[in-house]
Structures are given as structure tokens and as C-alpha cells.
Design a protein around this ligand. Structure first.
Ligand SMILES: CSCCC(=O)C(=O)COP(=O)(O)O
Ligand SMILES: [Zn+2]
Length: 215
């Protein structure tokens, strides 16, 4: 075990492999334009309030694979292995999502649809969806279910955004949007986080097209 038994080297390697695979798939969709976006997956279990996760390093071209793509950070977002790599500039938001939800993976992408829809609904503070089948991807099975995806302000100061996550997060909706910036989606593992991210992106495109049709 390394780093006070938080995770094993096998878990570390597995996390890097998982990030590499999902990064490839999301990059193929064009979901990381201009080095935007970041991904993380927890390594090992929570030990009380301590945990660690693998996160993409900051400013990289996420459509490429290099030996400098990922590093391990602690629950405060600080690297816990000797490295010259910088964790994603948005790591503190990942930290808050892990801390508040106990999830296993967090994915963040910038897309045209999530940006436009966040702007369309900014004054309301959340994006509402009702009765769309893909809401079931969030394990919400009630008839004609309604959800609201919280929209947070896009401050330049990331700690200021992170400080808002706790009051805005809805535990039954595994995503938050930053206004005119992008979505964070999470899940118990990589498979579930990707399913949630895909469902949110479907819903944002749906919302955009629906609004456009009704102009
Ligand atoms: C070039 S996009 C601006 C930063 C951002 O929003 C993002 O998602 C990527 O930041 P990172 O530090 O994770 O590369
Ligand atoms: Zn971003």
C-alpha cells in the first residue's frame, strides 16, 4: 500500500487506465475542445474523511496520450506523490463532489449545448427537465419525473465556486453546471459517471433544440 494505505499501486494503475479509456472516448466526440475539461476517478476507499483520486493534469490536450496525463491528489486536491505535474485547475470542485457524495468518478466537459442551455436558464438557477425517458439514466424511475440541474456562477476563483457546491448540489441529480462553462457529472464508478454525463448531454441538446423549435 502507498500513502498511508489509501490505495495500492494496482489501484493507481487501474485508475490511470480507466481515465485513459474514457478520455479517449470523450475526446472522439469532441468534448474536450481547446484543452478544456477534466476527469478524475477515486483510488481506494474513503478512510474516514481521507481519500485520494487520480485526476487529469492541467492544460493538456485531452485528445492525446502522454506519460504526463494523470496524477494522484488527496481530498484537498494536493498531489500526494512526488511529481512536477499540476492537477487540473478545477480539482477543488472534484474534491467537494467526492466529499459530499462519496462517489467514485467525476467527469467535466465543455460543450456548446451545455454552455448555451446554462445561459438560457441562468436566471432560474437550474435547468428543468420533465418526462424525458433518459432521466431514468439517473436511476429515477417515477412516472413523468422532473429534475432540476443546478447552475452555479462561473467565478474565475475556483475555491469560490467549490464553496457553493454543498448548498446547490441535489443528491438525486448527479450533475451541476457552471454558467457558460460546462458540466460536472459523477457516479459510483467510471461506467456510471459516463452514463450520467451522456444523459446530461442528451438532455441539454434536447433543451436547446426544444427552445429553438418554439422561438
Ligand atoms: C481552456 S479551458 C479553461 C480551463 C477549464 O475550464 C478546464 O476545464 C480545463 O482546465 P484544466 O486545468 O483541467 O486543464
Ligand atoms: Zn472547465
Amino acid at each position: 500500500m502507498s500513502n498511508d494505505s489509501l490505495y495500492t499501486l494496482e489501484q493507481r494503475q487501474q485508475a490511470f487506465t480507466q481515465l485513459r479509456e474514457v478520455k479517449s472516448e470523450l475526446a472522439a466526440r469532441g468534448w474536450f475542445p481547446a484543452t478544456s475539461g477534466n476527469l478524475s476517478v477515486r483510488v481506494g476507499d474513503f478512510a474516514g474523511d481521507r481519500f485520494a483520486f487520480a485526476v487529469t493534469s492541467s492544460g493538456k490536450d485531452k485528445s492525446k496520450h502522454t506519460s504526463e496525463d494523470y496524477l494522484i491528489v488527496d481530498g484537498s486536491g494536493r498531489p500526494i506523490e512526488a511529481t512536477t505535474l499540476k492537477p487540473s485547475a478545477e480539482t477543488l470542485i472534484h474534491c467537494e463532489i467526492y466529499r459530499l457524495t462519496g462517489c467514485g468518478a467525476v467527469f467535466h466537459v465543455h460543450t456548446v449545448f451545455n454552455n448555451i442551455v446554462s445561459e438560457l436558464y441562468a436566471e432560474q438557477g437550474s435547468v428543468p427537465f420533465q418526462g424525458v425517458e433518459l432521466i431514468k439514466a439517473f436511476n429515477i424511475w417515477e412516472e413523468n419525473a422532473r429534475i432540476e440541474v443546478p447552475i452555479l456562477p462561473n467565478y474565475t476563483d475556483i475555491p469560490r465556486i467549490a464553496a457553493l457546491v454543498e448548498e446547490r448540489i441535489d443528491k438525486s441529480v448527479p450533475g451541476i453546471v457552471l454558467r457558460n462553462h460546462g458540466i460536472y457529472a459523477w457516479g459510483t464508478n467510471v461506467f456510471e459517471a459516463k452514463r450520467h454525463l451522456e444523459a446530461f448531454e442528451f438532455l441539454f441538446e434536447y433543451a436547446y433544440r426544444w427552445k429553438a423549435l418554439n422561438l
